[in-house]
Structure formats: C-alpha cells, structure tokens
Design a protein around this ligand. Structure first.
Ligand SMILES: Cc1cc2nc3c(=O)[nH]c(=O)nc-3n(C[C@H](O)[C@H](O)[C@H](O)COP(=O)(O)OP(=O)(O)OC[C@H]3O[C@@H](n4cnc5c(N)ncnc54)[C@H](O)[C@@H]3O)c2cc1C
Length: 382
C-alpha cells in the first residue's frame, strides 16, 4: 500500500488530487493509483449533484458522434475495453459491475424514425466499418425481443452497445482505488485551488492538501473550480428523469435507449432531456411520457408497479462532447467533463489516467478541447 507523504508544513501531499468522486473522477483516480501514483480523491457530500448516482447505466456507442467521428470512436474504444475493465474490478474487489454487451437496440415507433436513424448510422459506418449496425424491421425486432410490441416500426441494432450497474461500478472503482493505496475523502468538498510555482494547494473542508497535479472532475461544480486554474468549463445542467419498476421475469435481453432490464429483474424506464436549471426534481408530465413510451414498446409493462423515480442532472457541454484538457496557464491542472460517464469509464481509467500521469496525450483526444465551442454542434445522445 502506498503512503501519502507529509510536507514539512505537516500537510498531506499527493502526486495527484482528484476533485470529485463520481464516475469520471473515480475512473481516473483508479487508473492513476493502479499506475503507481499517490492519489487522493476529495468528494462532495450527499447533498451534492451526483449524476453518477442517477443515471441509466448504458454503455452506449450507437448514434454518437454524428458530427464528430472521434467521439464515436472514443465511445467504441471504451465499450471494447469494458469487458477487461469489469473483469479486473471483479478480480480486485469481488464486486460485479453487471456489465453485459449483447448489443443495444434503439426502438423506433415510426418508419420515419427508423429511416432517419439508419441514415445516421450508415454515415458513421461509411467512415469507420467498426461502427457496425443492423436495421430490424418489426418482424426481425420481435424475433430478438418477443415482448416487443407489433406496433413498433422496428429498431436499430448495434453490437457495440451494452450496459452495467452504475452504482456497483462506482463501488467497485472506489474499492479498487483504495486497494491500490488511493485515499478516498468523502464529504470533503474542495473550496479553493491555489496554483503554486510547483504544484497546487487544494483547500478542502477537512484541510489543505498539496498536489503535484489536480484533476477537476467535480461534475457541475467544475463551473466554479475551473477559473481557479485558468480554465473555463462550458457546462450546463440537463435534467433526466428515470423510473424503476418492481422486479419482473426476464423479458428483455438487450438494453435499449429507453428501457433496460437489470440482471435482478428491475426495469429502468427513461429518460428525458430537460433544461430545468439546477432543479433535479421530477414532473408528472415527463414521467407520464416516459411511461407511455415504455408501455408502447413493451405491453408487458402496462401493469408493472413503479417502485422508484428520480431526476438527475447531466453535465452537458454545448455540443454534447467531452472535454479533456490541461490548463495552459497552470500546467498540471486537468479538466475532465463528459455526459457518458458509464460508457467512458473504462477509457478514462485506461487512457486518460496515463496521460494525466505524464504520458503523451492520445491523438483520439485532440478534438475534445474547450476551444472548439465557437463552431461545432453535435446532437447529444445519452
Ligand atoms: C438521467 C441521466 C441518465 C444518464 N444515463 C447515462 C447512461 O446511460 N450512460 C452513460 O454513460 N452516462 C449516463 N449519464 C451520464 C453520467 O451519469 C455522467 O456522465 C457521469 O455521472 C458524470 O460523472 P461525473 O463524475 O463527471 O459527475 P458526477 O457524477 O455528478 O460526480 C461529481 C462528483 O463530484 C463531487 N463534487 C462536486 N463538487 C465538489 C467539490 N467542490 N469538491 C469535491 N467534490 C465535489 C460530487 O459530490 C460528486 O460525487 C446519465 C446522466 C443522467 C443525469
């Protein structure tokens, strides 16, 4: 087990302090600790906004990157890495993330939706054959999912998609991080970061930490923290609402964008995309729409009881793409933002962490810098 060192000031010192212990921060912190860095994670309190604890659990590639091919490739790379990632977490902690990759299906209620989706997927596959997909008409869809409604026009299947339990994934990463000597500091909100000639002082609720490098992975609080290291976090909250049913007999072998069944039998119904500021509550109208869509697709859900529902806030950039950037004004400070923290967890641990530890920035990350925002848009997709 590694030890943090104490400076002659008596303060704890780390190679890297990661600010935020959500899916993004924990994946990067785990990758760093696994690579031999001395790492602390300062996490917020229970009342903080935490998308990591309110999301749908898809490891999703299909349809991403319509206007930015590298985003599709980055998502696919993470999806490819997920199997080994889940296996390593299981070996190190015994925690099952529930990761499965049977491929995913986007359900289409109308022929127009099916055709528009096909055009997008075809344009992506034309640029990169690994972004494969199949069009399923209603008959083919019902062959794969007998419980699907005959009223659906069909679906789009991609072998690159999967799903996992976000909560077990987070738990596994926290445990594995600590097994590699990482120091997890819950309820320890970072109030200020002060760049020094060499490194950073991190002022957290429980005291000051010295850090060689800092990673800003505080979700929506990156808005406040980024200027402290000469950066800008171009993010806004985008609310999503989700409902969960009682446990049902297995009927859905594939994750879809709006309904997925967990290995335990619960069915997640989702989700919405609403500009509601920092309100992470629920509304009757949106939940009614989510229920209608789910019931239309799977009549078996018509009488299922809803046992839980919640709203949560995505961390959304103007074009929906991630940001991975090192501060020019204060090298050693890194900003990490994305709205697909489950999908990208494996790549964050395997690829982003070695870069932050001092490696070369992988070319696939070049588009994901904040300077792009003047001239690009990309429809957000999970
Ligand atoms: C409804 C919904 C559905 C989603 N579905 C999917 C999906 O299917 N697949 C997918 O890949 N992604 C999905 N996402 C996105 C995913 O949840 C996010 O990408 C991911 O949680 C972002 O992780 P994060 O660590 O950046 O932020 P968060 O999860 O919000 O974590 C931020 C952490 O930072 C801490 N923090 C905040 N401020 C401070 C501070 N000052 N000091 C210290 N700590 C601080 C907080 O306590 C929190 O733990 C969904 C999101 C939502 C809202």
């Amino acid at each position: 087990m590694q030890e943090s060192t104490r400076h002659n000031t008596g303060r704890l010192a780390f190679d890297v302090v990661v600010i935020g212990g959500g899916l993004v921060g924990m994946a990067i912190a785990y990758g760093l600790a696994r690579g031999g860095q001395r790492v602390a994670v300062c996490d917020g309190a229970d009342a903080a906004y935490r998308a990591a604890r309110g999301n749908f659990g898809l490891v999703w590639v299909q349809g991403k990157g319509g206007r930015c091919l590298p985003y599709a490739q980055w998502s696919r790379e993470s999806s490819e890495r997920w199997g080994a990632f889940a296996a390593q977490l299981r070996r190190e902690t015994g925690v099952e993330t529930g990761f499965e990759r049977p491929g995913g299906i986007e359900l289409c209620e109308t022929v127009e939706e099916l055709e528009a989706g096909q055009r997008l997927l075809e344009s992506l596959r034309a640029q990169d054959a690994s972004l494969d997909y199949h069009v399923l008409d209603c008959h083919a869809l019902k062959q794969r999912i007998p419980a699907a409604s005959s009223a659906l026009a069909g679906g789009l299947y991609s072998p690159n998609d999967g799903h996992a339990s976000p909560l077990y994934t987070l738990r596994a990463m926290q445990q594995a991080f600590q097994r590699h000597g990482g120091v997890y500091l819950p309820s320890n909100e970072v109030r200020e970061i002060r760049p020094r000639a060499s490194g950073f002082e991190v002022f957290a609720a429980s005291g000051v930490l010295d850090a060689g490098r800092v990673v800003l992975a505080a979700g929506l609080d990156n808005l406040r923290l980024a200027p402290m290291v000469g950066m800008h976090a171009p993010i806004t909250p985008l609310r999503g609402q989700i409902m969960v049913t009682e446990r049902l007999a297995p009927f859905l072998d594939y994750p879809t964008l709006v309904v997925r069944q967990t290995p335990e039998g619960s069915v997640l119904l989702g989700d919405s995309a609403e500009h509601a500021g920092f309100d992470d509550g629920q509304t009757r109208a949106v939940m009614a729409d989510i229920a209608r869509r789910a019931r239309t697709a799977f009549p078996v859900l018509a009488h299922a009881r809803i046992v839980r529902a919640w709203g949560a806030l995505r961390i959304m950039t103007p074009d929906g793409l991630p940001v991975y950037e090192e501060s020019r004004a204060h090298p050693g400070a890194f900003l990490a933002i994305c709205h697909s923290g489950v999908t990208l967890a494996a790549a964050h641990a395997d690829v982003i962490a070695p870069w932050i530890a001092g490696g070369a920035k992988p070319p696939v990350l070049q588009p994901f810098v904040a300077t792009r925002f003047s001239n690009s848009t990309d429809a957000h997709h999970v």
